[in-house]
Design a protein around this ligand. Structure first.
Ligand SMILES: [Zn+2]
Ligand SMILES: [Zn+2]
Length: 94
C-alpha cells in the first residue's frame, strides 16, 4: 500500500466526496475497522454490522439482512420508536 503523499492536494476533493456521500449510511465495523458495514442484525437490533461479523463474528447464526434491503424496515422501526419517544416526552410534559 504505497501511495504518493498528496493529502493537501486531495483534501478539497475528499471534502467534495464527503459532501456527496453525506446522505448515504457508510460506516465501518467496530470489531473489523477495515470492513464496511453492510448488514443489520434483527436479533440484536444494534448498530449495522459487517460481513465478518455475520460469517464468523458475534452475529453468526443471527437473523441478518442486507442494509439496503433492511433499511425500509429499520426506518419504519425508527419512526415507531420516534413516535414512542414523542409520546413519552408528552407524558413527561404533562
Ligand atoms: Zn464486523
Ligand atoms: Zn446479532
Amino acid at each position: 500500500m504505497t501511495r504518493p503523499n498528496a493529502k493537501s492536494q486531495n483534501r478539497q476533493q475528499i471534502q467534495q466526496q464527503q459532501n456527496q456521500s453525506y446522505r448515504h449510511i457508510r460506516d465501518f465495523c467496530k470489531d473489523h475497522p477495515e470492513e464496511e458495514v453492510q448488514y443489520f442484525c434483527f436479533d440484536c437490533q444494534t448498530a449495522p454490522i459487517c460481513p465478518e461479523c455475520v460469517i464468523h463474528g458475534a452475529h453468526h447464526g443471527h437473523q441478518v439482512k442486507l442494509l439496503k434491503k433492511a433499511y425500509p424496515v429499520i426506518v419504519k422501526d425508527m419512526e415507531e420508536l420516534a413516535i414512542q419517544v414523542n409520546t413519552k416526552i408528552d407524558d413527561l410534559a404533562l
